[in-house]
Design a protein around this ligand. Sequence first.
Ligand code: HEM
Length: 494
Amino acid sequence: MLDALFNFDLFTLAFVILGLLFLLKLVYVPNNGPPGPRGYPLVGNFPLFLSGSKTKLFEQLRQCYGDVFSLQLGSKRMVVINGYETLKEAFVKRADVFSDRPVDDLISKRSHNCKGIVRSSGNLWKQTRAFSLQALREFGFGKRSLETKILEEVSVFLDIIGGKCGDAFSLGKIAQISVSNIICSISFGERYAHEDKTFKELMLMIDDHVMLLTKSAITNFFPVLRYLPGDVTHIEEMSRNYDNIKSAMQQQIDRHRATFQSGNIRDLIDAFIEEEIKRGKNEYLEDANLLIVLSNLFVAGTETTATTIKWAILFLLHNACVQKKLRDEITEVIGSSRLPSMTDKPKMVYTDAFIHETLRMGNLVPLSLLHGVKHDTDFKGYKIRKDDLVVPNLDSALFDETLFTDPHTFNPERFIGEDGQLNGKERTVLAFSLGRRVCFGESLARMELFLFLTSLIQRFKLLPADDENLPTLEPISGVVNYPQDFKIKAVKIT
Ligand code: HEM
């Protein structure tokens, strides 16, 4: 009994001390930090996040406080960087400081162990990213062999859609499996049938991962919540789910180690093994790192492009005249008897403009991924601390009225100059972020989007399942902006 009382007292005392420390941390506001709204004790500005869309909130705060503002969220300060020029100033001109991931990020620790590409920082990130990029270039990132791999998947994709015989269907899973197969074949030399049960389960794990990332993000601001019973922050569920993805990747590594032959490099895994043999094991050349690289590519390389394809189709359903102009250009440049090729792209200005407009309006990763700074630094006259969470607000640039007139209207023509060529505005579409952390898979994604979309529009007329009720353009928002599930009819063009 006495024991219980003693334990309880210690627990209470610890709780009070922690609470006081927490409050002190909140009360202490360095006078030269970025401006922002006044917060409540303990929770800071968190209640503002409960009222709906973060991007709309950030738009209002930008109007009040300017391009760099801050929010106190629990024990963490979030610094939000807005507008094309200011984003460039931070993430390109000051890339040496602004290219880290945040310190003390529980999600990174639990799922990625701060390894791989997406959630690592410093030297490990630099070496892992550089080596993976070099290895993938050798397998054709940007080369013809990659185009062949993509076109193989495009053919299967078209066959499946043809098999729907004009009936209404949802494109989501078909696009997801097709796109994922490309990254699988680059990374571990294998593709899967669309009916493969294990692969379908893996696809569900990716869906769950992106959803759980959004749900567990609260642990970044209130780390103490993870100790509450019942996994209210979903951090355990997120980490269990990611363990399952990792274990599928580990099976691939084991299979490769068992069959590896020097001089016969089949894919990314083999390239890592060969480099490890050449240089010896080190921080980036070891299975624990390779495992996370593969999981990064598998997750990031699947959901993103597949979702952008869905956005493109949705915009076409809402803009029938855009679909007609695309098909006219495809007929003129490619014709109807062969599949598209990347060599057609320079002649297809309207298609290029359409893809840029889809990337802009689709606004796939509106707040990019969280960054951190390498050390305390001054930016635009404000102090940014090493333990701040830095948000590149891409949404603020994608819908910037000073860059794009009438930014909420879908209008590919905005990217075409009077001479009929792209007018340079397309380079300001920051859908892939910017600076040293710019999306690793940008060139692959652009190739996939061009080949999938042109061949789909070449072969099929895409119609809404219900002419009277077009599917909504309102996204399901989270780390990634998804279109709400919708059905289409794909009528074969004969
Ligand atoms: C339309 C498709 C895509 C979009 C819009 C997109 C967008 C992004 C964005 C906004 C970031 C965050 C950059 C930052 O931290 O500032 C990112 C990072 C990343 N993306 Fe993509 N992505 C796409 C496709 C892909 C594909 C196909 C792959 C796979 C090869 C990929 C792999 C990655 C990786 C590994 C990172 C982390 C980069 C790093 O931290 O150094 N992405 N992407």
